[in-house]
Design a protein around this ligand. Sequence first.
Ligand code: KMH
Ligand code: ZN
Length: 279
Amino acid sequence: MTAPLPTTGTLLTVAPTGAEHEKAEVPNLPVTLDELVKTAADCQRVGAGLIHVHIRDDDAEPTLDLGRLKETVDALRSETDLVVQLSTGGAVTDPEEDRLAVLDALPDSASCTMGTVNFGDAVFMNRWEFIVELHKRMQERQIVPEYEIFDLGQLSSLQRLLDQHGLPAGGHVHVDLVMGVPGGMPGDTTTLTAALRLLPEGATFSATGVGRSTLPVLLASLSAGGHLRVGMEDTLSYARGERVRDNAQLVARAAAVSRIAQRPPLTPEQARKLLGVRQ
Ligand code: KMH
Ligand code: ZN
């Protein structure tokens, strides 16, 4: 496999909430629909093209409630132009049926994690049959997957999935390298380079570094022609000793570095084109 050539622009994904941080400990984490929509609009204004969404219930706990997911997709579509991507990863405790049902909210895109991985002290379960079912249901619903890769072997699984079950909706393969999760691949340049050798032919990739690997992964991905994911799902620290103010602060920094690299942020419309999402 050859590494993809640098593209002209950078897809900036914001992952604003996640399922792991507690609102009580992180008061600026967007958890209500209003907070999420405001975050999305702010992030679009400073360069985001896609939003990776986890939602919370009235107690700010992670939920996959289908009604809430539909309402969230509708609100994000009416208030922003962002590509709306729902997480099918959810929280590590979420059952497979609920994770599959996320697709019935008919987002533009959805995540699809390519294997089981230790996730801190927990296990993030992604059985092969479950992955295949996610892939097929996304093909049926014309939802564009983003293949989430937590460890290098998961790229071999992705190749196997494509060989056995065909290309995703939209015909383009986009991968997100989630690096630096305790239990997954480390977030450094050497590992990112190794991952590129395993990408399916013609695939594009973004990368995110969890915690202190945020900046090394951002710089490595940009220099390798990759796209970027940033957000409070992945890091709560802006710099040494400085907490993140809000998600837009992280997107604005990623946009500034992208511009310096002559790879300015893609608009949401350009992001749709790149990913093969319906216009
Ligand atoms: N919350 C993690 C267990 C995804 O969104 O698809 C899984 C996750 C991946 O965040
Ligand atoms: Zn996620």
